[in-house]
Design a protein around this ligand. Sequence first.
Ligand code: DCP
Ligand code: MG
Length: 372
Amino acid sequence: MPQRKIIHIDMDAFYASVEQRDRPEYRGRPIAVGYDGPRGVVATASYEARPYGVHSALSSVLAKRLCPELIFVPARFDVYKAVSRQIRAIFGEYTELVEPLSLDEAFLDVSHVRSATLVAREIKARILAETGLTASAGISVNKMLAKIASDYRKPDGLFTIPPERIEEFVAGLPVERFFGIGEVTAEKVRILQEADKIFIDGLKEYGLGIRTGADLRLWNEAALVQQFGKAGHSYYGYARGIDEREVTPNRVRKSLGAETTFAEDTDDRERLRLELSAVREEVWNRVMRHEFRGKTVVLKLKFDNFRQITRSKTLFTPVDSAETLRRVSEELLAAADFHGRKLRLIGLTVGNSPEACPECVQLRFDFGNPET
Ligand code: DCP
Ligand code: MG
């Protein structure tokens, strides 16, 4: 098979940049897009806010503590969607093989062109001219490398990983980067970083000690599969710069969700409603970012004995407002019987079929201990 040429484009600080574009008084200032309430979360932060440690999915309270002069700006999804349509129209002029991952990023297969790097440069320039916003581009032979490359010189970056540099590049890469593929599997990164606490054979405590691509490469495929499940096959390839996934224009997403584990188990219904509202804000952000349409709302509750139940409701039409999601999720919580137990985790998923699995929950965030 001839080598592919893949471009990954990702807008810089997308929602925040749109707000700074439309409101000059925010330019050069640390801003966060999101709800500035006790249970609010940051959807994204401007580059001025990032040196303070403010980032996506951080609680608004903690964000304000890290950066007292932070300005909170409510999200305007309609405007972000309009920009998204503009950039997708630009992508479409270069190839039919465009796979959007969210409003602000996409893979493009441009195997037919002579220089993918030149195309990427041109696309960046057109995005700037037509939207007034900057994007970063990564260019390489597969999705995984293109995505890592787009992140490498952000903001306003352009970085190419040519075939002859792949091996060296991957070997030196911090391992967290491998897990930014698709949705971030924060849990897996956590496992690697807290390697010292992991029991592998139940007898002895080993550290996995995987820090870089070179470390990951030392693991054989069976061991990675044992550690990470099916994804282990992909990681085995990624460690070698191999990723066979095609750019597929209309990937069908089955569900979107978020969950949170509490610092302390609780059966306090009021506290649980607050926790649920934070999870719900994150879920709603994700639904908007992915333009996801799902009719089924799934509430997941995990108890102090690690047993888990799910409660779901399927609507006649896709969940189309934050208010609908609030109402349905609160009904599900109110109707759930805890049988006298405390809860350790609450999760919420929107799916497009009743079978939509809560296991598909992909993003974790923890408000339990904001200092960590
Ligand atoms: N977003 C969100 N919640 C998250 C992550 C992202 O609502 N947990 C939204 C806000 C972002 C947009 O999606 O602006 C795009 O996400 P990115 O991960 O690409 O982040 P940014 O574009 O904001 O910043 P970067 O310059 O790092 O790409
Ligand atoms: Mg982005």
